[in-house]
Each structure stands twice: as structure tokens, then as C-alpha cells.
Design a protein. Structure first.
Length: 107
């Protein structure tokens, strides 16, 4: 093989890797593919996310200065607590995790 063939292969590889990197940046930047795009000054925002296990996570949502704790899983969503005061996220997560561990999810 000639040097020109190797050079063309390397340039094609760099081009494809650049396309993959650019697409990854776009997905992360604009929230495509299951990620939430956060707008500036909107009424709704995701404050914090805490994984419970491999499939479930707790999400603290804020809407108009009111926070809501929601547990998300692949099969369903559950409102754990609503109207959480500022700074109460850690306490709400501790209560939700202890309820899940003890099997008392009906509270």
C-alpha cells in the first residue's frame, strides 16, 4: 500500500471521530436523548438528582418556588413529597430511602 492510502485512512478516521465527538457535544448541550434541557429563567427546573439503586432515582423538581420530590423508575413515577422547604432535600431523601429499605412505601 502507498503512503497516500494510509494518509487517507487516517484522515477518514479523524473525521469520523470528530463527527462522533461533535454529536456527543450536541446531545449533552441541548438535552437530546433523555436528558433534560434546562432553560434560563423558566418556571420549572431540576434541582438535584440522587440515585437510589441501578434503576431508580429521586429527583427534586422546583416549580414556582415549590419543590417536589419524585421517584422515577423505568416502569412508574411516584410523588414522594410535595411542598418541601428550602434545605429539606437531604431530610426528604433520607426519609424516602429509609421507607424503600424497610418496605414501607405506602406512606
Amino acid at each position: 500500500m502507498e503512503a497516500a492510502t494510509y494518509l487517507r485512512f487516517v484522515l477518514a478516521l479523524v473525521f469520523v471521530l470528530g463527527l462522533i465527538g461533535g454529536l456527543t457535544w450536541l446531545v449533552r448541550r441541548y438535552g437530546v436523548g433523555g436528558r433534560v434541557a434546562t432553560g434560563r429563567g423558566g418556571r420549572l427546573s431540576v434541582v438535584e438528582v440522587a440515585p437510589v439503586d441501578g434503576k431508580r432515582r429521586l429527583v427534586l423538581l422546583r416549580r414556582d418556588d415549590v419543590e417536589h420530590l419524585v421517584m422515577l423508575s423505568p416502569t412508574h413515577e411516584t410523588l414522594i413529597e410535595s411542598g418541601i422547604p428550602d434545605g429539606g432535600f437531604a431530610r426528604a431523601v433520607d426519609r424516602a430511602v429509609s421507607r424503600e429499605l424497610t418496605g414501607d412505601a405506602a406512606q
